[in-house]
Ligand binder design. Structure first.
Ligand code: NAP
Ligand code: COA
Length: 265
């Protein structure tokens, strides 16, 4: 990460709970939150990768990171993870829902379980985490929730009916929770990244020369970076975003509008 435009101690004393924080975009978000003073808990299913990530994050930022093995599809496991975070750090100020699964599959070949699995991780997982964090801490103390979405469902994305449906559900939850929980000092927003370089998501979804064809349709002619999404997350967690509530902010260099532009010539 280069020089941050945000104050270094912006999140001193704060704690973030980040699902999917062991890799990719949410590892980047976790790093940026820690570089601005936060302690964190990162969640995923792969213990070894989480532990390594937590150790690297602590070494590079000087703040604390708890690695918590947890499948977000399991509400009891999520409740346990929230309790472990509160036990360790005493508070949860930011909840980032980034855990997700995706792969390319035409609807006609996608199994029932394939569809259900992605809905379960992305949509149910997001609800499970919001609900458990609300009960255990946010209802009484307020906080910020960031739901990581996508732009797949703004139009139609063939081969990704599962992830598109799941992210649409997440955006809906972002709006509903923003209305239901606003009076409790809980601010809820989403981030909808476009294609982001050096991520598992893009290695799965933009294989081979598809990447070049995608870039050709993106107005800024490049993929985004993990740091660019992490900077947006830092902003949305900060008080500078105090009026932003129930919004899902697109960060994609205009990618989702690319098709419209190419049709316009
Ligand atoms: P990634 O590195 O594969 O991140 C997904 C994370 O979710 C992994 O750390 C994974 O860890 C965790 N996860 C998956 N299933 C889980 C489960 N059942 N319980 C708990 N954790 C689980 O992929 P990424 O590309 O950085 O994507 C991060 C987020 O950005 C996702 O929400 C994705 O939809 C969104 N996004 C990405 C792009 C992109 O260009 N990459 C674009 C738009 C949106 P384990 O395997 O250890 O469980
Ligand atoms: N194409 C079609 N179907 C697929 C598939 C693919 N590439 N990958 C998995 N599936 C199907 C499986 O066949 C299975 O359905 P079935 O029982 O009818 O055969 C179903 O999806 C569940 O697969 P399984 O491997 O048991 O799920 P899991 O819970 O172990 O893993 C995934 C979840 C499938 C989403 C896995 O890809 C994953 O862990 N992803 C996390 C990382 C990721 O996707 N990152 C990118 C985020 S944008």
């Amino acid at each position: 990460m280069g020089q941050s435009v945000f104050q270094k101690d912006l999140f001193k004393g704060k704690v973030a709970f980040v699902t999917g924080g062991g890799s990719g975009i949410c590892l980047g978000i976790t790093r940026h939150l820690m570089q601005h003073g936060a302690d964190t808990a990162i969640l995923g299913r792969k213990t070894e990768r989480l532990v390594q990530a937590a150790s690297d994050l602590e070494a590079s930022t000087g703040n604390k990171c708890a690695a918590i093995t947890c499948d977000v599809r399991d509400p009891k496991a999520v409740e346990t993870a929230i309790a472990a975070t509160l036990e360790r750090f005493g508070r949860i100020d930011f909840v980032v829902n980034g855990a997700a699964g995706n792969f390319l599959a035409p609807a006609a070949q996608l199994s029932y379980n394939g569809f259900r699995t992605v809905m379960d991780i992305d949509a149910n997982g997001t609800f499970n985490v919001c609900r458990a964090a609300f009960d255990a801490y946010l209802r009484d103390h307020g906080g910020v929730i960031l739901n990581i979405s996508a732009t797949l469902h703004y139009g139609a994305t063939p081969m990704q009916i599962h992830a598109s449906a799941a992210k649409a559900a997440i955006d809906s939850m972002t709006r509903t929770l923003a209305v239901e929980w606003a009076g409790l000092g809980i601010r809820i927003n989403g981030i909808a990244p476009g294609p982001i370089d050096d991520t598992e998501g893009m290695s799965r979804l933009a294989p081979g020369d598809l990447k070049d064809r995608m870039i050709a349709s993106i107005p800024i002619k490049r993929f985004g970076t993990i740091d660019e999404i992490a900077n947006l997350a830092v902003f949305l967690c900060s008080d500078a975003a105090s009026l932003i509530h129930g919004a899902t902010i697109v960060a994609d260099g205009g990618a989702w509008m690319g098709m419209t532009k190419s049709l316009a010539g």
